[in-house]
Design a protein around this ligand. Structure first.
Ligand code: MG
Length: 522
């Protein structure tokens, strides 16, 4: 039966973490576990020290350098100069070549040296069951002037950002997709990206140092997973204020924009180390801007902090799951299963009117019809089928849907249609639009979502294991059914308000965005 609910990839929801890690702290701890704060603050003697830990999860290239830089960033965003570093290096058995391990350790050491940081310890081992290696670093830094926080914004403060949104994601995508990624961008766009993405572009220590020395700076937060969108939300939440940020004012490199368009990734939700969000009192704004200009660090004002507010808002979309995770959507996938209505087909159902006519009280129409006594059950089933037939006659294929299914099949993946609609209505639509699938499971099978059974049946017909399948739908039942069936991943389309996407593994705005993505990665 259905396995226990598992969390999708990405950060674990803060509420779950908070319930276990937050509690009373001794007086020398000025800042303990907190949502969106970059580092803990501990008083030692008459000095204040910042401590931060972060893993490198997404990429193995330059991992030794990255693990030092991201931890230095967290400490610097708290107003502290990075000083001491420890590293835990866990290497999968397949990657356990002595030269490779030595290379990573050398990279950690030289990066530390460049930042004036001393490597003071750690742990290195070969660990079974790890497909990619993981590096976890811990950085200690001494607060230089005053501690700065994600949550330091006051009403009227201006909010600015250094460099560009989605820089780290852009670097990862250029590395992951090589030539294909380069072809998606113009030569000028690639050259502009190369001018930024060289040396220690990922470090925000230089821009944080400038911020410490400006007394008007009130808040700092370095952008990481979930991109600028999520980082702004964390600032709003930690400050307990509404922010008014203009999404179109956030600077994005042309290469990032082009890759985002090709892959259906929003640059504002793309992993973004290398950019620092800065809150600044209006009186000191000109001075800060001039200091960044003098240092040659790109800096842009993007909005203002508003009034205190219990439910934080920013004016920019949130990204609970980083957009870059979409790059590995099809890793290990042999079959793509589709829902029909609302996903591939635009059908107009007046569900409130239909529910009233069928006298349905609960959530699942089909379950409730099944439970009715005869002959009422047969009457109501016939009525539902009449509504469905009328809707199917007027149904239109979503723009790009036929091409989407075709590209999946052409690239060698199996396809199935799994719908709660009746066999008759489905046949009507498939014939009219010439849609083809390798397997078809309709309500006539006696199986329907939110049970996982119709998906299991489709996978049986395809001869594909659930953990090698991906299900694409548009509704809560699709997510629930895919989880129950044990599908590797589930994606949601056409959910602009994010009502059903919370528990999905990825979201695309529409069929064409998913089609462009598949054409790019397959
Ligand atoms: Mg649907």
């Amino acid at each position: 039966m259905a396995s226990a609910r598992r969390l999708p990839c990405g950060k674990v929801p803060w509420e779950l973490v908070a319930s276990k890690v937050c509690g009373a702290l001794p007086p020398e701890v000025l800042r303990g576990p907190a949502c969106g704060e970059d580092a803990a603050l501990v008083r030692m003697g008459d000095e204040l020290w910042a401590v931060a830990s972060d893993p490198i999860t997404f990429t193995a290239r330059d991992a030794g350098r990255l693990v030092v830089l991201v931890n230095a960033n967290d400490v610097a965003a708290s107003g502290a100069r990075p000083r001491f570093f420890t590293a835990v290096v866990l290497v999968g058995p397949e990657a356990a070549e002595p030269a490779r391990i030595a290379g990573v350790l050398a990279e950690i050491r030289t990066t530390c040296a460049r930042l004036g940081v001393t490597l003071i310890g750690g742990h290195t081992e070969v660990t079974p069951g790890l497909p990619r290696g993981i590096l976890v670093g811990t950085m200690l830094g001494r607060v230089v002037d005053r501690p700065l926080a994600t949550g330091g914004l006051r009403e009227g403060d201006r909010i600015g950002i250094t460099k560009f949104a989605g820089l780290e994601g852009t670097s990862i995508l250029l590395g992951e997709f090589g030539e294909r990624a380069a072809r998606a961008c113009s030569a000028d766009a690639l050259a502009a990206a190369a001018r930024i993405l060289h040396g220690d572009w990922l470090s925000i220590v230089p821009e944080a140092e400038i911020a410490w020395s400006e007394g008007a700076v009130t808040a700092l937060h370095d952008v990481t997973e979930g991109g600028v969108g999520e980082a702004l939300h964390e600032m709003a939440a930690a400050s307990g204020r509404e922010l008014s940020v203009r999404a179109e004012a956030i600077p994005v490199l042309e290469a990032t924009r082009a890759l985002g368009e090709a892959l259906g990734m929003d640059p504002l939700g793309l992993i973004g180390s290398g950019a620092l969000l800065v809150g600044c009192a209006p009186a000191g704004a000109d001075r800060l801007e001039a200091a960044y200009r003098a240092a040659g660090i790109p800096f842009t004002w993007i909005g203002r902090a508003g009034a205190a507010q219990a439910v934080p808002s920013t004016g920019v979309a949130r990204f609970a799951r980083d957009e870059v995770l979409k790059a590995w959507l099809l890793d290990g996938i042999d079959a793509v299963l589709f829902d029909m209505d609302g996903t591939l087909v635009d059908s107009k159902y007046d569900w409130p009117a239909i529910r009233e006519a069928l006298e349905i009280q609960g959530h699942s129409i089909l379950d409730e019809l099944d439970a009715m006594p005869s002959p009422r059950r047969e009457e109501k089933w016939a009525l539902l089928e009449r509504f469905e037939r009328e809707a199917s006659l007027k149904a239109r294929l979503k723009d790009g849907a036929k091409e989407l299914v075709a590209v999946v099949r052409a690239r060698g993946l199996k396809t199935a249609l799994v719908t709660n609609n009746s066999g008759g209505s489905v046949a009507l639509i498939l014939e009219r639009y010439g849609l083809q699938f390798d397997a078809l499971v309709t309500r006539d099978s006696g199986l329907y979502k939110p049970s996982g059974a119709p998906l299991v049946e489709a996978l049986r017909q395809l001869g594909v294991a659930p953990e090698r399948s991906l299900f694409v739908g548009d509704y809560l039942f699709d997510v629930v059914a895919a989880r129950a069936a044990g599908c590797a991943r589930v994606g949601i389309l056409y959910d602009p308000e994010g009502r059903f996407s919370r528990d999905a593994d990825f979201t695309f705005p529409d069929v064409n965005a998913l089609r462009r993505h598949l054409e790019f990665v397959l």
